[in-house]
Design a protein around this ligand. Structure first.
Ligand SMILES: Nc1nc2c(c(=O)[nH]1)N[C@H]1C(S)=C(S)[C@@H](COP(=O)(O)OP(=O)(O)OC[C@H]3O[C@@H](n4cnc5c(=O)[nH]c(N)nc54)[C@H](O)[C@@H]3O)O[C@H]1N2
Ligand SMILES: Nc1nc2c(c(=O)[nH]1)N[C@H]1C(S)=C(S)[C@@H](COP(=O)(O)OP(=O)(O)OC[C@H]3O[C@@H](n4cnc5c(=O)[nH]c(N)nc54)[C@H](O)[C@@H]3O)O[C@H]1N2
Ligand code: SF4
Ligand SMILES: [Mo]
Length: 702
């Protein structure tokens, strides 16, 4: 058998590293970093090898299955043909739509769908026939506040500027741990080296986090912060910039308005007010504000930890205002907008907010999606518009959305559920039919999502590593075929099966580099990717706001300041707050089935400060009961002085003990689900984003 060398970008996380994969026949011989990739420069993390494990995993479904209910005994799964699977699914969906309307069909799309370009380009083939108000995704357990803020300030949900890490002098980072996550809404492969280069050139990295994380360990300074209080810290920084006359928007001033109104509205958010709740001294806050303003270039960046909290949208809004007020938006060394070759800012809707509300709790939609925190109640509350059928695609909401147990039991009450997923996991075990796509290495790849957040403009298209197995379907083909079968039943026209690469080719030819002749053909000739140059200043032209101006005094955010102010009139009555954490060998809920990633020490432990342990008479390794308003789990405690007193940390994505999960290795490393503790009622009410960080909890010896 002949050896072959393949080039392929890793799609597992947002770093989109270039890989070189050696194969012999159907075997993978090696997976290495691609040194010729102009973005990732050879970087790779331990998860890249999981591409092989995922491909060869015997638990990965290769054929559609249907669940057969057996009285008294466990449900059985029966392999069925694609025709039967697609016909049955289309028929059941059509029945429910005809009887109860489109809102009776719920849709939940998970994180890997944005890493899979066929899913991005073709989900509309199905969803155009199900224009349901009950659409959900992982966005509202994650980055929703970023999109909302970008819509308000820059006119488009995807116009999110990223830190220019390679040339900044000062990076203030909150609620992110890129050394574990490899960066998020910030495609920054090889981030550790880039951050080390920043401190090596005498730049400053300040990390604000309730845990002294891997990233905090390489920072110039780390500040512990009480979970959920970042908005006070950020407002105190901005208030200091205004009151000490340290603001200087520079060239931004000609197309920016409203900063004066913000300055007046936030006068009460002093460093002293913040200090009382955040645990960061007022003098420290003033020092950081002055250093930020004095740096030749500086950028404030906040991610997951400050989005998934009760004031997530305010946090993201103030972060942008700090960068604007100091003139660091849209300038080298500050934050910059990327110019991707396929520009989703041009090809997608800008987004909208609150155009409809959820039926039960009245939560606002964003970009036609409702908060995932209200999915369960929309299934279990009777009445017109109740969800009776659910489609899930590349998602595991039972483990990834708050109060997973509530959703777990709600799913059992559905009339019909179908999952587009390669595994029988905590969520898909409730499906009537599971539609498994080809493995990632069996289809081609172009990243449509993450170049828009990348630290350098590059483009890369990769051919499949392996042939498509006989009789299998790609995710995009499943969307297309299911969409057409549903269309036929509803009396609507069919869509042609245009493959994703043709759509990408069109996107390239319509995009910013078409003048330079960029097309799919050019990319085919450069399998390690093409360098399209560094990020550049491009405001106001890049703005998608009506007058190409930035209005800083966003009415919704200004109104939310009162909610924040009122909430912090009393000291926090809760002794302990729960936060999450990520590990470089894991990825949300679905990377626990590969031995080489999960072997070793148990990672699903509750980190706790020794003082808090002593107060509860807990010794290291002891079992403890972690409880919140919604439930309890039993978990081993791990002592750590890297965690702030009053804070405990449990990773999410574990809890594979539920009956019927067909992931042998994951079940042996089951752990408990953090989202059996997080609370579906605990939200950032402004955005609807789940507050999975900062949840009030108690810990007692088990
Ligand atoms: N407590 C707490 N909860 C959290 C978080 C947290 O930090 N703490 N993080 C949140 C975040 S940031 C996110 S993004 C969400 C993730 O939440 P989800 O997106 O709901 O969950 P994942 O764990 O990413 O599950 C991915 C699913 O996609 C399937 N899959 C993988 N690749 C493919 C593919 O190519 N095609 C198809 N069809 N399926 C595929 C996997 O088998 C798995 O079932 O979790 C959120 N939940
Ligand atoms: N290895 C690995 N990589 C991943 C993932 C994974 O699961 N594993 N998931 C991917 C996904 S879907 C995403 S969205 C990204 C997320 O990427 P990041 O945003 O970098 O995510 P985390 O590593 O969870 O870092 C969040 C940090 O916020 C801190 N934090 C919690 N609460 C608060 C708070 O109230 N205030 C402050 N200031 N900090 C707080 C936590 O201690 C943690 O260090 O990672 C992606 N990459
Ligand atoms: S950091 Fe790891 S998981 Fe992320 S893209 Fe690179 S190799 Fe893949
Ligand atoms: Mo995420």
């Amino acid at each position: 058998m002949s050896r072959k060398t393949h080039h392929r970008a890793c799609h597992l996380c947002e770093a989109i590293c270039g890989l070189v994969i050696e194969t012999e026949g159907t075997q993978i011989i090696s997976i290495k970093g691609d040194k010729a990739d102009p973005l990732s420069r050879g970087h790779i993390c331990p998860k890249a090898v999981a591409l092989q494990d995922l491909h060869t995993d015997p638990d990965r479904l290769r054929t559609p299955v249907k669940r057969v209910r057996a009285d008294g005994a466990a449900d059985q799964w029966q392999e069925i043909s694609w025709d039967e699977a697609l016909d049955t699914t289309a028929r059941r969906l059509a029945q429910i739509i005809t009887e109860h309307g489109v809102n009776a069909v719920g849709i939940y799309m998970g994180n890997p769908s944005v890493h899979n370009y066929g899913m991005m380009t073709h989900q509309g083939n199905l969803f155009q026939h199900i224009r349901s108000n009950n659409r959900f995704s992982a966005t509202s357990v994650d980055q929703l506040p970023h999109h909302l803020t970008s819509l308000w300030l820059y006119g488009h949900k995807l116009l999110i500027p990223v830190p220019d890490v390679d040339s900044t002098d000062y990076l203030l980072m909150l609620g992110a741990n890129p050394l574990a996550s490899n960066g998020s809404i910030w495609t920054v492969p090889d981030v550790k080296k880039r951050l080390q280069a920043l401190t090596d050139r005498d730049g400053t990295l300040v990390v604000v986090d309730p845990r002294r994380t891997e990233t905090a360990h390489i920072a110039s300074e780390h500040l512990f912060i009480r979970p959920g209080t970042d908005a006070l810290f950020l407002l105190a920084l901005l208030q200091t910039l205004f009151s000490e006359k340290l603001t200087d928007p520079g060239r931004l001033a000609t197309f920016t308005s409203g900063l004066d109104a913000v300055a007046t509205a936030i006068e009460a958010f002093t460093p002293e007010f913040a200090a009382a709740h955040t645990g960061i001294e007022a003098d420290t806050i003033r020092r950081i504000a002055r250093a930020f303003a004095a740096a030749d270039s500086a950028v404030c960046y906040g991610r997951m930890g400050v989005s998934t909290q009760a004031y997530g949208a305010l946090c993201q809004w103030v972060i942008q205002l700090i960068n604007i007020a100091t003139g660091n938006l849209d300038r080298p060394g500050g934050s910059l907008f990327a110019s991707p070759a396929v520009d989703t800012v041009q090809t997608s809707s800008p987004g909208g907010h609150g155009r409809h509300l959820s039926r039960v709790r009245g939560l606002p939609e964003f970009d036609r999606e409702l908060p995932a925190a209200c999915l369960a109640e929309e299934i279990s509350t009777p009445g017109a518009g109740q969800i009776r059928a659910l489609f899930t695609g590349a998602g595991n909401p039972v483990l990834s959305t708050p109060n997973g147990r509530q959703l777990d039991s709600a799913l059992e009450s559905l009339d019909f559920m179908v999952s587009l997923d390669p595994y029988i996991n905590e969520t898909t075990r409730h499906a009537d039919i599971i539609l498994p796509p080809t493995s990632a290495l069996e289809h081609d790849h172009y990243d449509v999502s993450f170049h828009v957040f990348a630290v350098r403009n590059t483009a890369r298209y990769n051919q499949p590593v392996f042939d498509k197995p006989e009789g299998s379907l790609h995710d995009w083909e499943i969307f297309n075929q299911l969409g057409n079968r549903l269309a036929a039943l509803l009396g609507k026209p069919a869509q042609p099966a245009t493959p994703p690469h043709e759509i990408i080719d069109l996107g390239l030819q319509m995009g910013a580099y078409s003048g330079q002749g960029l097309s799919l053909e050019t990319l085919r000739q450069h399998p390690s990717g093409l360098d399209l140059g560094p990020l550049r200043s491009q405001l106001p032209q890049r703005l998608a706001t009506p007058q190409q101006t930035i209005r800083c005094d966003t009415p919704e955010a200004m109104a939310d300041l009162q909610r924040l102010f009122d909430a912090f009139q009393q000291p926090d009555a809760h002794a302990l707050r729960l936060i999450g954490r990520r590990h470089v060998r894991s990825n949300n809920s679905w990377m626990h089935n590969y031995h080489r990633l999960v072997k070793g020490r148990d990672r699903c432990t509750l980190l706790m400060h020794p003082d808090d342990m002593a107060a509860q008479r807990l010794s290291a390794g002891a079992r403890a009961t972690l409880s919140s308003r919604v439930g309890s789990v039993e978990v081993a405690v791990e002592a750590s002085s890297d965690i702030m007193p009053g804070v405990v940390s449990l990773p999410h994505g574990f809890g594979h003990v539920r009956p019927g999960v067909r992931m042998q290795t994951a079940v042996r490393h089951a752990g408990v689900s953090c989202n059996d503790i997080t609370d579906e009622q605990y939200l950032d009410v402004l955005s609807g984003n789940a507050a999975v960080n900062g949840v009030p909890v108690t810990v007692r010896p088990a």
